[in-house]
Unconditional design. Structure first.
Length: 50
C-alpha cells in the first residue's frame, strides 16, 4: 500500500511540474496584461477628475 501511495504522490508532483512549465508563461502574460490595463484605466480616471 505504501508503494502505491508513493507512486501516486510522485506522479502528481510530476504532473504539477509539467503543468507549471507549460502554463506559467501564458498565465503570467495574461496577469501582466490585466494589471497594465487596470493601470491605464486608473490613470484615465485620474485625468478625467482634474
Amino acid at each position: 500500500m505504501k508503494v502505491v501511495k508513493s507512486m501516486v504522490l510522485m506522479s502528481m508532483g510530476a504532473g504539477a511540474v509539467l503543468a507549471y512549465q507549460k502554463y506559467n508563461k501564458p498565465v503570467m502574460n495574461y496577469m501582466n496584461n490585466m494589471i497594465s490595463g487596470m493601470k491605464e484605466k486608473m490613470s484615465d480616471e485620474l485625468e478625467n477628475m482634474k
